[in-house]
Design a protein around this ligand. Structure first.
Ligand code: HPA
Length: 233
């Protein structure tokens, strides 16, 4: 059996799945960091691979950008393919001036503007929260690897291009570290469907200062984030 958006067969996908937004990131990691990687999905170009990292079986699946796209893959990975640990590895825009390009953030919680959550929770404001065990392990692993991390809340939005220049001010004033586009629905669906989830994200641009990552920054910081994620398999 496969699912609507993943042509894998049940059993082809590991219990731990890493989730980059970009399917070509999945391909790059599979080809350069995993052993014996094989591609299990090409439907809609949303590449997914299963391989081994230091002998441990792991999958890596692109989600696309935004909560609508990510929710499709997260639902199918947990419900059909029985994924138990879902770890987002992606980028974010920081909304705190002192958070520099390349900073790795372990997202404790994600507020956001998911219309799916707005509808499901009927006006209540659900606090989408990371799995504590994964968060604790990621924090400890980062310390051992001497990779500095920030822990805190982030905001997931479905709108990348917005006209309001003051859009993030109230979040800044309430200690939100960064904005990205997937974590709120990842944490919500993992809780609902009985899996563990964590987002490990790297600052690719600072929305206060206008600073943006160079290709070298991206490569270095991506490898820090992946080192932490691999410790969680
Ligand atoms: N907005 C939303 N998601 C992002 C951004 C941003 O500015 N930067 C990286 N991911």
């Amino acid at each position: 059996m496969s699912s609507i958006h993943l042509e894998a067969k049940v059993g082809d996908i590991a219990e731990t799945v890493l989730l980059p937004g970009d399917p070509y990131r999945a391909k790059y990691v599979a080809e350069n960091m995993l052993e014996k990687a094989s591609c299990y999905n090409q439907v809609r170009g949303m590449l997914g691979y299963t391989g081994y990292y230091q002998g441990k079986r792991v999958s890596i699946q692109g989600t696309g950008m935004g909560m609508g796209s990510a929710a499709i893959y997260i639902n199918e990975l947990i419900s059909i393919f029985k994924a138990k640990q879902l770890i987002r590895v992606g980028t974010c825009g920081s909304i705190q001036e002192e958070l520099n390009i390349g900073q790795v953030i372990l997202a404790m919680s994600a507020s956001g503007d998911s219309s799916e959550n707005a509808r499901n929770f009927s006006g209540m404001h659900y606090a989408a929260t990371a799995d504590f065990d994964l968060l604790y392990k990621a924090y400890t692993a980062a310390q051992h690897l001497h990779i500095p991390t920030q822990q805190g809340s982030i905001f997931s939005t479905n709108t990348f291009y917005d006209d309001d220049p003051k859009r993030w001010e109230v979040l800044q004033n309430h200690g939100t570290l960064a904005v990205e586009m997937e974590t709120q629905i990842l944490y919500t669906l993992a809780q609902k469907l009985g899996a563990r989830a964590l987002s490990i994200i790297t600052v690719s641009d600072n929305l206060c200062t206008g600073a943006a990552a160079t290709p070298l920054d991206r490569e270095q910081s991506y490898s820090d984030m992946m080192k932490i994620a691999f410790e969680l398999i």
